[in-house]
Design a protein around this ligand. Structure first.
Ligand SMILES: NC(=O)c1ccc[n+]([C@@H]2O[C@H](COP(=O)([O-])OP(=O)(O)OC[C@H]3O[C@@H](n4cnc5c(N)ncnc54)[C@H](OP(=O)(O)O)[C@@H]3O)[C@@H](O)[C@H]2O)c1
Length: 332
């Protein structure tokens, strides 16, 4: 698989990574099976999808434990990205950016992952109660201590309460400016896909101008862009899509032209090419330091997604995808 680099220290990873979240979190628990998840991680590594994206809160904790079982055997083949800063409670999730907590959380992640070093340690969310420089300073100490190789920040678009004219990622960019003063940012992780292209406006250009890698989360639109979901099929109550405004039967039907466009482009590249692969190739085409991290718990899909690294979209393909209607269904 093609390799791409992220950050000033030029960390090299396979162009398509593996999002491990669906193995333990956010997508229907009844379909999470440890053995198949382990097979999926192994298959991804076999194919050169070296970047494994997890977080201590996925599970919570079980996703890192699962990866630890693979890393124990194949640490040198993997690039491990995990996250700190969110605590899962009974009914809610809270941010914790206190330096002492960050230090303890890192040691706990290292133990669960069965490794001595985390390749990319990301701040999952800034804690409104703690200046972000303090949290980032504690993370920088972990780099100096050799427990972490590089730092990243997860960006969340501020939805619903934006001032008129404010960009989705304005708050994140202000945070990034602040933490850059303390220690270099190697990667930013944020949603980027054919139906959620907002990061192209200012966040990705900000990263590109500074040689910062971009990990594209939800590159398959939480599965919608693969064309394997049916409007009205319903989701289990613990599946994030049960409450997602784009996954009502009405909005899934309204957004079918987007899937149809991906299918048309796929068909031009051969019978075997899938809408999911076109969606990932579109992300790859957004810049040489962009790494899609499609999430899956199925080895067959990890294979399909890894193969997207070899798909090159033509200027006509990209133009057709640019002309697709904007997605319907919004958090705003
Ligand atoms: N930093 C953050 O705040 C943040 C937020 C969200 C996500 N993330 C990261 O980004 C990763 C990707 O996002 P995501 O997993 O939420 O969304 P995604 O990659 O857009 O979509 C995942 C969904 O697509 C399905 N899928 C994957 N490959 C497929 C294929 N080839 N054909 C058909 N269906 C396929 C998966 O099904 P199965 O589950 O059945 O395999 C899963 O339901 C996550 O795993 C996580 O590591 C980070």
């Amino acid at each position: 698989m093609e390799r791409r680099t992220i950050g000033a220290t030029a960390l090299a990873v396979g162009a398509v990574g593996l999002g491990c979240m669906p193995m333990s979190w956010a997508y229907s628990t009844s379909r999470q099976q440890g053995a198949e998840s382990l097979r999926t991680v192994h298959r991804a590594l076999d194919l050169g999808s070296t970047l494994l994206d997890t977080a201590d809160m996925y599970g919570p904790f079980t996703n890192e434990l699962l990866l630890g079982r693979v890393l124990r055997q194949r640490r040198s083949e993997a690039f491990v990205s995990t996250k700190v800063g969110l605590l899962v409670g009974e009914q809610h999730i809270v941010a914790n950016g206190r330096p002492g907590y960050v230090r303890r959380a890192c040691d706990a992640s290292l133990r669960r992952l069965q490794t001595d070093v985390i390749d990319l340690y990301q701040l999952h969310r800034a804690d409104p109660e703690v200046p972000v420089e303090e949290t980032w300073g504690a993370m920088a100490e972990l780099v100096r201590a050799g427990k972490v190789r590089a730092l990243g920040l997860c960006a969340v678009g501020v939805r619903g309460e934006r001032r008129p004219g404010a960009g989705l990622f304005d708050t994140t960019i202000r945070q990034l400016e602040r933490v850059q003063q303390v220690f270099p940012v190697s990667a930013v992780e944020a949603e980027l896909s054919v139906w959620s292209p907002e990061a192209l406006g200012s966040l990705l250009p900000w990263c590109t101008a500074r040689g910062i890698g971009f990990l594209a989360a939800m590159p398959l639109g939480n599965g919608f862009l693969t064309g394997t979901l049916t409007p009205g099929q319903g989701f289990e109550p613990d599946d994030l899509r049960a409450r997602h405004p784009r996954f009502t039967a009405e909005m899934m039907a309204a957004n079918q032209p987007i899937v149809a466009g991906l299918r048309r482009v796929a068909a031009r590249h051969g019978e075997e090419v899938t809408p999911a692969q076109v969606a990932l190739a579109w992300v790859l085409a957004q810049g040489p330091h962009v790494i899609p991290i499609p999430g899956t718990k199925q080895a067959c899909w990890a294979e399909e997604n890894a193969a997207a690294a070899g798909l090159r979209l033509t200027p006509e393909d990209l133009q057709e995808l640019r002309r697709l209607p904007p997605a319907r269904g919004s958090w705003d």
